[in-house]
Design a protein around this ligand. Sequence first.
Ligand code: TEU
Length: 572
Amino acid sequence: PAERPWFHSAVVYQIYPRSFQDSDGDGIGDLRGVINRLDHLATLGVDVVWLSPIYRSPQDDNGYDISDYQDIDPTFGTLADFDELVAKAHERGIRVVMDLVVNHTSDEHPWFVESRSSKDNPKRDWYWWQPPREGFEAGQPGAEPTNWHSFFSGSTWQLDEATGEYYLHLFSRKQPDLNWENPQVRQAVYAMMRWWLDRGVDGFRMDVINMISKELPLRDGEPIGDGPWGDGSPSYICGPRIHEFLQEMHREVFEGRGDALLTVGEMPAVTVEDAVLFTDPARHEVDMVFQFEHVGLDHGEHKWDRRPLQLVELKESLGRWQEGLAEVGWNSLYWNNHDQPRAVSRFGDDGEFRVESAKLLATVLHLHRGTPYVYQGEELGMTNVPFQDATAFRDIESVNYYEAATGQGLLVEEVLDALRLGSRDNARSPVQWDASPHAGFTTGVPWFPVHPNYPTVNAEHALADPDSVFHHYRRLIELRHADPVVAEGDFTMLLPDDPVVYAFTRSLEGTTLLVVANFGGTHHRVDGLPDAEEWAGAELVLGSYPESATAPGPTDGSIVLRPWEARILRRT
Ligand code: TEU
C-alpha cells in the first residue's frame, strides 16, 4: 500500500510526570515542569509524548487510580496548564497522548461511591459486586467469590461491610474494576474520551485494556503454588467481548476523526495471534499493542523470581513478533516504562559499559520494525536504584509484596534482593537533569530520592558530549525519520542460536541494513554471518562507539565487535 501510517516512522517518549520535572518546589513533578522541558524532547526529536496519568487521583497507584477523569490532579497543575502544554507541544510538532485507565477507577470516584452505597443503587452494576462464596460468612477466610490473586498481592476481592458484598479489584483495593458488560459504563467512558480529543489530545495509551472483558460466570483459577490464591487470568485476559468492545470504542470515539491519532493498548499476556487481530487496520481496534513476552524472559515462576536473560530466547521471542506482524498489524517496541526495571541494568552492563550497552540496546530496539518507545531517563542511560532497605520502596506493588512475602516467612534479604531487581520503583527515581542539588529535578525535597549517580549521569552532561547515550538516541530517531528502510523494511533475524550476537537485516527496495550487536563485555568475532565478506566492507551508517575510536577491521573479512558494540551497516 502506498499510504503508510505516520506512526511507522514515529518515536514516542513516555513521561511519568511525578518524576519528570518539578516546577513549584513541592518535590513532585508537574505539568509546568513538563512545559519547561519541552526543548529537551524537541532536541531528542521525538514525535509523540505519552503522559502517564495526570487526572485527579488519590495517588494510591501514582495516578492509575482515577477519581475524576475530566480534571487534572492539583499535584500536577490545572486544565489551563494542560491546554498550554498541548499547545506548546504542538508548536514543536509533538503530539500528546494521554493514559486511559478504564479497566478500573479509584474507589473515591463518584461512580464507585454511589455504587457501594446500596445494593439497589442505579450504579451498583457499574462494578463487580458478588456475595460471599456459598457456605461461607462474609469476611471469613475463603469467602471471597473466587480465589483470584491480585497483581498487588492478596485477594482480588474486598468485602464492603455496608452491604456485605465483595467488589472485584485486579489491582489495589483502591482500584475497583468497572463492569464493561454494562452499556452505560461504556458510554460514559466513550463520552470522556471524546471530551479529551475535542480538547486537542492526539490519542490514548490504554491501560490493561485487554482485561476489560471478563468471562462469565467468574470462576476459580488454577492454584498458584501451595498458597490460598489462584490464577484468574483465563477469566479476564482477552475475554470473550474484548474485540467487540474495542470496535465499539473505535466507532463511538475515533471514527471520522482522521488518521492523525494514536492508540496503543497495553496488554499483559497477549499473544502474537491476538495482536494480529487487535492491530489489523481493517478491524478498527487499536494501532498497536504493548506485549509483555520479552520483559518476562528473565522471570522464573513469577516476577519476583528472577533469572538471567538468555539472548537466544530474547531473539526467538522478538523475532516471532516481528514475523507475526509482518503482513498485518504493527508492533510497538520498548525495553522500559514506569513498570519495568531500567534496561541498561537489566539487559546491559550498568557498570563499566553503561554507555556502550545503553547505546547497544537502543540500536537493537530502534532498528526493529515497529514504533519505538523511549521512557524518560532511558535516553540518559539511567540505571536501577541502589535501594538500601525496605523503607526505600514507594510503589504499592513493592510495598505489598514485601509485606506478603515476609509475612509468609521469606527471608528479608531474599525479598529485598528480588525487589532490587524487579521493583517498578527502579524506573521512578527523578530524571537527572544536571549536577545541581537533586539533579535539577526540584528545589524542594524530592518525593523519591534522586539516584546518587546524578553528578555524572545527567542531561546537561549528555547534551555536551557528542558521544553520549542521548545523542545516540537522537541519531537513531533521525535515522528512522530519514530512511524508509528503518520504518518499513522487511525484518530477517540472523544467527538465532548465537548466545552473544544479536544480528538481523532490514530490507526495502534494493537497500539492506545489517544490525550486529555484541551482548557481552569482551571482543567478539561474528561467526557464520551470511554474505560476511560483502558486509565487511559495507558503509557504517551508525555505530555505538565513537567514530574516532573505530577499530581497524580484521583482514580476513570478518566483523569483530568491541565490548557491547552495535553497528548498523548499509548495502545497496
Ligand atoms: O500495568 C499493568 C500490569 O499488568 C503490570 O505491568 C503491572 O505494572 C505489574 O507490574 C504487574 O506485576 C498497568 C500500569 O502500567 C501500572 O502502572 C498500573 O499499576 C496498573 O496497570 C494498574 O493500573
